[in-house]
Write a protein that binds this ligand. Structure first.
Ligand code: NAD
Length: 366
C-alpha cells in the first residue's frame, strides 16, 4: 500500500539527489532512493540510516521499487552532454525509454505524481542563430540537436503521452546547476570556475565567454522539486516549468564567481580565449513557476560560491583532479576497470579456481 508523503527518488545518490533527499527528510518525508550508485554510497552517509536504499538500474527494474511510494522523482540516467555523446544508445535507453517504463510502472501502481528532471538544454540554439537569441519560455518551440537534450525532450514527450486523470507528470527543466553537494561535481560551469581558482588561480573563458546560460543553485533546485511535489495536482499536472535563478553570459558569470571567491580570500585572474567550440547558448524565463507555485530561487552565485568554498575546505573535497568529480572521466574509468575485473575476477582476494579461459579479442567502444 502506498503511504502518503512517501517519495521514491530515482537517482537520489547523485549531485542533486543528495541535496534533495536531505531537504525531503528535513520536511518529514519518508524517502526511498533507487540508484545504480555509479558514484558510490558515501554521499548518502549523512542520512543513510533515515532512508531506504535500493540499488539497481532504471532500464531493468520491477514495480516492487514503488512499494512504499506515493510520488516519484526521477533524477536518474546520464546527466550531461559528454556522457550522452559517448554512448548515445545507453543515453536513449536511460533518459527516454526508462523514463517511460518507470511512468508505466508508476501508473499501474497507483503512483499519480511523477516529477521528471529535464533540462533547459532543450532550448539550446547555439551561438550562430542570432535571430533566436531571445528569452525563451515553456511555450517556445524547441528543437534540440545534441544527444543529451534530445533524449530529455523525448522523455518529456513520453511522459506527456501518459498524462490523464489518473497520472500527473510534472516536468522541471532545470538550468545548469551550481553549488556544493556531498556528491560533488566539478564538471558544471560555476563549480569548474571554483575548482580552477583553487588549482590554477585562473578562470578560463571560451569563445569570449559571450554565450548565455540559465543557472540555478542546487539547493534552490531541490526546493523546486518540493514545490512541485506539494502543489495541488490541478496546478502542476501535465505542466512544464523552467527552474532558473538568472541568465548570465559566461563572462559576467566569471566575474560573479570571482566576487564570491574574493570574499573567501581566494584571488583568481580571468583569461579569455576566442576559439569556437560548439558551445551551448540559450536564455530562459523562470516566471511560470513563480506565478503558478510562488517558487523563486533565492541563492545568488556569489553566496553559493562562498558556501561552496567553506564546504570544500571543511569536508576535504580538495582532491580536485579525482575522476569521480567529472562524469565522463568517471564513466570511462569504470568501463576500463570493468574490463580488467571481467578478466581478473578479484584483485587481492584469491580467485575461485576455474579452468583457464581463452580470451577473444575485445572491440573498443565506438
Ligand atoms: N546537474 C545539472 O546541471 C542538471 C541540469 C539540468 C538537468 N539535470 C538533470 O538532473 C538529474 C540529476 O542530475 P545530477 O547532476 O544530480 O546528475 P548525477 O550524474 O550526479 O546523478 C545521477 C544519478 O543517477 C544515477 N543513475 C544514472 N544512471 C542510472 C541508471 N541507469 N539506473 C539507476 N540509477 C542511475 C547515478 O548513479 C547518479 O547517482 C539528471 O537527470 C540530469 O540530467 C541536471
Amino acid at each position: 500500500m502506498n503511504e502518503t508523503n512517501s517519495v521514491l527518488v530515482v537517482g537520489g545518490a547523485g549531485y542533486l539527489g543528495c541535496v534533495l533527499v536531505e531537504e525531503l527528510l528535513s520536511r518529514g518525508y519518508d524517502v526511498t532512493v533507487f540508484d545504480r550508485l555509479f558514484f558510490g554510497e558515501t554521499p548518502l552517509r549523512k542520512f543513510r540510516d533515515r532512508i531506504r536504499l535500493l540499488t539497481g538500474d532504471i532500464r531493468c527494474t520491477s514495480p516492487a521499487i514503488f512499494e512504499r511510494a506515493s510520488a516519484l522523482i526521477n533524477l536518474g540516467g546520464l546527466s550531461n552532454d559528454p556522457t550522452a555523446e559517448y554512448n548515445p544508445e545507453a543515453n536513449h535507453q536511460m533518459n527516454t525509454v526508462a523514463t517511460r517504463t518507470l511512468a508505466e510502472m508508476a501508473k499501474k501502481q497507483g503512483v499519480r505524481r511523477y516529477i521528471f528532471a529535464s533540462s533547459c538544454s532543450v532550448y539550446d540554439v547555439g551561438v550562430v542563430d542570432e535571430d533566436r537569441d531571445v528569452l525563451l519560455n515553456e511555450e517556445s518551440p524547441v528543437q534540440p540537436r545534441a544527444a543529451y537534450a534530445t533524449s530529455k525532450l523525448a522523455g518529456e514527450l513520453e511522459l506527456m503521452a501518459l498524462h490523464d486523470a489518473d497520472f500527473a507528470p510534472v516536468i522541471l527543466r532545470m538550468g545548469t546547476l551550481f553549488g556544493f553537494s556531498p556528491r560533488m561535481r566539478y564538471d558544471l560551469v560555476v563549480n569548474t570556475f571554483v575548482k580552477d581558482a583553487f588549482t590554477k588561480g585562473c578562470l578560463h573563458l571560451h569563445y569570449g565567454g559571450q554565450m548565455w546560460r540559465p543557472l540555478v543553485d542546487v539547493r534552490d533546485a531541490a526546493r523546486a522539486y518540493v514545490a512541485a511535489l506539494e502543489a495541488p495536482e490541478a496546478v502542476v499536472s501535465g505542466q512544464i516549468f523552467n527552474i532558473v535563478c538568472e541568465n548570465f553570459r559566461i563572462s559576467e558569470l566569471a566575474f560573479r564567481v570571482r566576487e564570491g571567491l574574493q570574499a573567501k580570500g581566494i584571488s583568481a585572474d580571468i583569461k579569455c580565449a576566442f576559439q569556437y567550440a560548439g558551445i551551448r547558448n540559450y536564455r530562459v524565463s523562470g516566471k511560470k513557476i513563480f506565478q503558478r507555485l510562488n517558487y523563486k530561487p533565492v541563492i545568488s552565485v556569489q553566496e553559493s560560491v562562498e558556501y561552496m568554498v567553506d564546504q570544500i575546505r571543511e569536508h576535504g573535497y580538495t582532491d580536485f583532479d579525482n575522476d569521480r568529480y567529472y562524469n565522463i572521466r568517471w564513466m570511462k574509468l569504470l568501463e576500463q576497470v570493468k574490463q580488467t575485473i571481467d578478466i581478473t575476477g578479484t584483485i587481492f582476494d584469491m580467485p575461485s579456481s576455474k579452468p583457464a579461459l581463452e580470451l577473444t579479442p575485445r572491440r573498443a567502444h565506438a
